[in-house]
Design a protein around this ligand. Structure first.
Ligand code: SF4
Length: 416
């Protein structure tokens, strides 16, 4: 049993929509997209919406929406049991980058944000020629019928917040963040990292106002009965980020923040994060200092060293550092400098340093979208690092990254 649920009465004229997160429940509960749709649709008077996951399915509607956050979830489509002749649609970051991959499997795609678009198109459901009626809306893409467009961006203070965030009554250790309230402070990012697909989803950065955020925290905590908040934002550049954290501290809430942009953090911010009970800091230097400008991250090593010193002073338990190989024009010399930099960070930080080195996966609609994915070359780079780096690092299997690359760039995927 989950709580809190939006309680609705059902009668013969009620329409229903099933929303699907095509992967496991313990991860899917932390994804905001199904929660947003659950809240929007259940707030419409004659509609009911249920959430479904790969391992928690009960699809009864004839209208079913999927959200795709990861390309590899495409393989789970055949495992989702929908009714015959249902209308299926999909949205989410992967779909925004390349809807053509799944054009065989969905009747339409929702591109951009759903908050204003979904209620508008649902007015036409169920009606004869539903797809014809919605085809002219910006953000509705029907392969073979119209051209892809994006739903217009909205002022975040003018759209309702997904306040009801259901969690199971009892959770196990797989639910890694525990029972939390997800606080989305902003959409988009003001930085321009050339490898990042964020701008293909959100063309510009928008922030919720501090006043609105405080209201959301008050309501969200009361309705959901949570004592921990997860801040959901691509780079947490909110101009009032310190005030937001201060407010959470005053409310006695613990919280976690996403990976931090080294350029815009300082000791005061670290100290607030510490007060929110976060024990680990996450930073993404990505590569060595001299290569960073070429990927749109012109940041000096010195800044990372300074942040490590702050983390020492504030006694953080661990720091996670993220790096990439397969960066365009990354030479062996770059790898050597990266290895030296990691070594210096490790010497400088007094507690546990976790290092992740993964392959860059070029995504469509990014500056680096034409860069290749050569598994053999990437393997060589990783093996070289393994032979030189004195500390252990984590890396994800290359066959998975390769699949992700292929799926992101495929047209008309055949899953059977
Ligand atoms: S800071 Fe993060 S979210 Fe922003 S563009 Fe760079 S990688 Fe993307």
């Amino acid at each position: 049993m989950e709580s809190p649920l939006i309680k609705k009465s059902w009668n013969k004229s009620t329409n229903t929509l099933d929303i699907v997160y095509p992967n496991l429940y313990y991860g899917g509960v932390y994804c905001l997209a199904p929660i947003i749709i659950y809240n929007i649709v259940n707030n419409l008077p004659s509609w009911l919406c249920n959430r479904n996951f790969l391992d928690k399915q009960n699809i009864t509607s004839n209208l079913v929406g999927f959200t795709f956050q990861y390309e590899l979830d495409y393989y789970n489509i055949p495992k989702i049991k929908t009714k015959a002749n249902s209308i299926l649609f999909a949205g989410g970051p992967c779909i925004n980058q390349n809807p053509e991959t799944l054009s065989k499997y969905f009747d339409f795609f929702l591109l951009g944000e759903s908050e204003t678009l979904l209620p508008k198109i649902l007015q036409y459901y169920p009606s004869k020629n539903f797809l014809d009626k919605i085809a002219d809306f910006k953000g509705i893409y029907i392969p073979g019928k119209n051209k892809p467009t994006k739903a217009p961006l909205t002022d975040l203070d003018k759209i309702p917040y997904p306040i009801y965030q259901p969690f199971p009554e009892k959770i196990n250790k797989d639910f890694v963040f525990g029972k939390v309230f997800i606080l989305e402070t902003e959409r988009g990012c003001p930085f321009n990292c050339k490898f990042c697909p964020i701008h293909s989803f959100y063309e510009k950065v928008r922030y919720r106002s501090l006043k609105n955020i405080k209201n959301i925290i008050d309501q969200g905590i009361k309705i959901n009965q949570r004592d921990k908040v997860v801040i959901y934002s691509p780079s947490f550049t909110h101009p009032a980020k310190k005030e937001i954290l201060q407010y959470l501290i005053e409310k006695n809430l613990s919280f976690s923040v996403p990976s931090l942009k080294a350029e815009i953090v300082d000791k005061e911010l670290f100290s607030l994060i510490k007060k929110g009970n976060q024990k680990t800091l996450t930073l993404a230097p990505e590569c060595n200092e001299s290569l960073r400008p070429s990927i749109g991250k012109p940041i000096k090593d010195e800044i990372f060293f300074q942040l490590i010193d702050y983390a020492n002073e504030l006694k953080f338990e661990s720091i996670k550092l993220y790096f990439m190989v397969n960066i365009p024009n990354q030479t062996q010399n770059d790898l050597d400098e990266m290895i030296q930099f990691i070594g210096k960070c490790n010497q400088r930080f007094k507690n546990k340093l976790y290092v992740s080195i993964n392959s860059f996966v070029p995504k469509p609609n990014t500056v680096f979208s034409d860069h290749t994915f050569n598994k053999k070359e990437i393997e060589k780079q990783l093996n070289y690092i393994k032979s030189k780096l004195k500390i252990k690092f984590k890396t994800s299997p290359l066959r998975i990254a390769e699949k992700e690359y292929q799926l992101a760039h495929t047209k008309n995927l055949d899953l059977i």
